[in-house]
Structure formats: structure tokens, C-alpha cells
Design a protein around this ligand. Structure first.
Ligand code: TXA
Ligand code: MG
Length: 407
């Protein structure tokens, strides 16, 4: 038959995309897919039942709105101009993309940027998507697999990060499987997400425009665009003195948190001071640090000085795994991990010293350390001033840790 030949000519990828698109059109169970930032948990943004499926699978609070993913400006235009039915409505002028966003999307779409738009009256978006706000967030991902999926589905896809609510965002299909197995039917596997932190969320409807969430696209780059020279920061962060309540509803929740306690050290903390701190924690039974994780970035090059000649360090066995193994989960770290043995295990990871590799491995390392069952994770922070992606990394780490310390 002709269609049998058609099918044969399809690649495994296009078959998988077709299967995912079919589920998205007909099912109310969300489908996970890769994007360049993190994996998303997608549903047809125009169907309430499908969107409710996202909140259910993630156990996400319903007052936290979702980002709409489009494959083209055409699809966005259709969202801004829903089908007008009454005759008088045909006189309604077309709504175009607000001017402030035109040079921005020209420059940065597709990519890790989400823009806030007015939700038109008669909107096709399910009300659950916007958590009943009068605006919606939209982005065009640069991941080809993501855009092909949206195109094949021929619907805008609502998609939050595909983690269980409060957990670190997933950057591999395995992370998604770990959190959502049994709750969803299909994950499109596109390998590990390049950027590793979520999109930057901006609001250009206010004056001056504002960044609601730092992410893959930085403030320096934003400021090079006409109309965005004075973009302000409207998210709450440890080092930034911002009085406003967070305006992206999602920013107020506990977030990015592994099971283990995260202790974040400010960039430039002395290695000696950190080592002393870690040793004290290992001795203090109230803290109960048994197995620990150490995440090194720019300066803790040699690792902590848990030298074998000292009493505490003697009971600590260092375990090191290369970052590539870790990103491709499950982590093949050695060590018994036996909670009853007297040996404490210190899982030691170096994320690399350049910001891209730190962002890329950040969520994966937190997940991997949870997987091996550490009690505390000590993280070497980086300076917010090292650039915008660095600021996004520190934003996620501060949320995971709750606070930051300097020694
Ligand atoms: O990179 C990303 O943006 C990923 C991938 C999957 O695209 N998605 C993602 O979605 O991070 P989610 O749901 O985890 O985060 C969405 C953020 C939340 O902080 C939410 O409050 C904010 O965007 N947001 C969504 N719609 C909004 C709106 N209308 N006004 C203000 N903030 C909004
Ligand atoms: Mg999220």
C-alpha cells in the first residue's frame, strides 16, 4: 500500500513526534518534550481538561500560570486574534504583537525568552493556563524537536518544566521519568538540554519593562534592544534589594529543591573556611551529615581539604564522578552508600569553571546527589557579576538553599 511506504520512509524521530502530537490532540494526559532550556510538560493550551492534566501530573499549585509555546509568529498572532463570531466583532481591529516586543522577538526568538502578553477577550486559551490572569506568557523554543512537535500538533502548547513541583527542573528525559513515571504516557527524548536553566521571563507591558524571572537570556543582551535599555529587575533574590512582591507568580514557591539540605557558599569563600565548616557538620550529630555532596565550580579547584591525616577526614571516602556520567543519569558513582557503615561518603563533583557548563550541569548534579542519598550538599557559588547566566544560576541556587553564607 502507498501508506505503508510512507510509514517506512519516516524516521524514528518523526514517528515519535507524530505519536506525541496525536496524544496531545486527543488525550488529557500531558506529554513531556525537550527544549533548549529544560524539559517541558506539554498540553494543548486551548483545552481545559488537557491543561488540568498538567497541574495534576506535577501537583502544581493552580495559581501558578503556564508558559505557552508556539512554533511561529503566525500561531502567536492567531492567539492574539481569536476567531470573531458576532458580526459586530468583525470590525474589531487586529491585535498585533505590542511594538515593544517586535525588535525583541526578532532578535531572540526562537530562544530562551518568554514575553508577557495581554490575553484577548474571547481568548482560545483555557482559563487554567493563565491562572485567570489577564495576561499570558509566550515563548518560541529554539529546540527543533520542540518546534516540530508544536507544528505537528498544530496547537499552542502550555508547558511548565517537567519536574514534580518543588524539585529541580529536568534537563534529561531520565529526570522526567524519575519524577513523573506512572503519571504520564510519553516522554520525547532529545538528549540533555543545552542551556540547563529556564527561559528569562520579561514584561514589556509596563514602563519601564521588567525582568520577572532571570534565565537563559541575560539583562546585558536585553538592554541592547531598542526600548529595553532601562529594563528593571522585578524578581526577589538574595543580593538584590527589591521591595516588590515577585510578579511572576511562580517565583514565590519553594523551588529547585533536592531532598538534601543545600548549603550555598558565596563566591570567594575561603576553601579553608569551607573545609572547617564541612568537618564541623560531619562531627555534629544534631546536623546528621552522613554522606555529603560537594559541588565545585570556579575556585575550589583541588577539592576540599578533607586530608586523610585528620580524624574526621579519615572516616570520609571521597567519590568523584565525571560530569558527563552525571548528566546522562543514572549516576554510576562507586561507593557502597551503606548507611550503617561508619564510612561517610563525600560525593565530589566539579561542574567546570565556565558559566555555561555550570548552568548545564546544575540541576543534574542536585538530582544525582539526591539519587545517591546524601544528607547535605555544599555548593560553591559564583558571582552574579560574572554575567547574566551566572545571575540565573545563583537565583536557582538561592532558592534551593534558602540562604547563602560567606566564610
Ligand atoms: O524555559 C522555560 O521557560 C521552561 C520550558 C519548559 O519552556 N518552562 C518553564 O515553565 O520554566 P514554568 O511553568 O516552570 O515557569 C513559568 C514561569 C513561572 O514563574 C510563572 O509564574 C511565570 O513563568 N508566568 C507564566 N505566565 C505568567 C504571567 N501571565 N504573568 C507573570 N508570570 C507568568
Ligand atoms: Mg518550573
Amino acid at each position: 500500500e502507498w501508506w505503508a511506504d510512507e510509514r517506512k520512509s519516516q524516521t524514528p524521530e518523526s514517528k515519535a513526534i507524530e505519536e506525541a502530537a496525536n496524544l496531545l490532540r486527543t488525550n488529557d494526559i500531558p506529554v513531556a518534550f525537550p527544549t533548549e532550556t529544560v524539559y517541558g510538560l506539554g498540553a494543548d493550551a486551548t483545552r481545559s481538561a488537557a491543561v488540568q492534566g498538567i497541574y495534576r501530573a506535577k501537583q502544581r499549585p493552580s495559581d501558578n500560570p503556564l508558559i505557552i509555546h508556539v512554533d511561529s509568529l503566525d500561531m502567536l498572532d492567531r492567539l492574539l486574534n481569536p476567531a470573531q463570531t458576532s458580526p459586530s466583532a468583525t470590525k474589531t481591529p487586529r491585535i498585533s504583537l505590542p511594538q515593544i516586543y517586535v525588535p525583541l522577538v526578532e532578535r531572540f526568538w526562537p530562544g530562551p525568552l518568554t514575553i508577557i502578553l495581554p490575553n484577548p477577550s474571547g481568548s482560545e486559551l483555557a482559563p487554567e493556563v493563565t491562572s485567570h490572569l489577564t495576561t499570558f506568557g509566550a515563548r518560541m523554543p529554539s529546540s527543533p524537536l520542540a518546534r516540530l512537535l508544536i507544528h505537528a500538533t498544530d496547537r499552542p502548547l502550555a508547558a511548565p518544566s517537567a519536574n514534580a513541583s518543588t524539585k529541580p527542573s529536568p534537563t534529561t528525559a531520565q529526570h522526567v521519568y524519575h519524577d513523573l513515571q506512572g503519571r504520564i504516557d510519553l516522554i520525547l527524548d532529545g538528549g540533555s538540554s543545552g542551556v540547563g536553566v529556564e527561559s528569562t521571563v520579561v514584561d514589556g507591558l509596563c514602563d519601564p519593562p521588567a525582568i520577572l524571572r532571570p534565565g537563559g537570556l541575560g539583562i546585558t543582551e536585553l538592554r541592547t534592544v531598542p526600548g529595553w535599555e532601562h529594563v528593571t529587575v522585578a524578581y526577589k533574590d538574595g543580593t538584590l534589594d527589591i521591595k516588590e512582591i515577585p510578579r511572576a507568580p511562580g517565583m514565590k514557591y519553594r523551588h529547585y529543591s533536592p531532598k538534601a539540605r543545600v548549603v550555598l557558599f558565596e563566591a570567594g569563600s575561603s576553601l579553608q573556611g569551607v573545609t572547617r565548616h564541612v568537618k564541623k557538620d560531619l562531627q555534629d550529630s544534631a546536623i546528621g551529615a552522613h554522606n555529603i555532596g560537594i559541588v565545585r565550580t570556579r575556585n575550589w579547584k583541588q577539592g576540599l581539604g578533607l586530608a586523610p591525616d585528620d580524624e574526621v577526614a579519615n572516616t570520609v571516602k571521597p567519590v568523584t564522578a565525571p560530569i558527563d556520567d552525571l548528566v546522562s543519569f543514572p549516576v554510576p558513582v562507586q561507593g557502597t552508600g551503606n548507611q550503617n557503615s561508619r564510612t561517610k561518603l563525600a560525593y565530589d563533583y566539579h561542574l567546570g569553571s565556565d558559566t555555561n557548563s555550570i548552568a548545564h550541569g546544575l540541576f543534574a548534579v542536585l538530582r544525582a546527589l539526591d539519587e545517591v542519598g546524601v544528607d547535605v550538599i555544599y555548593v560553591e557559588g559564583i558571582s552574579d557579576r560574572d554575567g547574566d547566566l551566572a545571575a540565573a544560576v545563583m537565583n536557582r541556587l538561592r532558592k534551593a538553599a534558602g540562604s547563602e553564607m560567606k566564610v
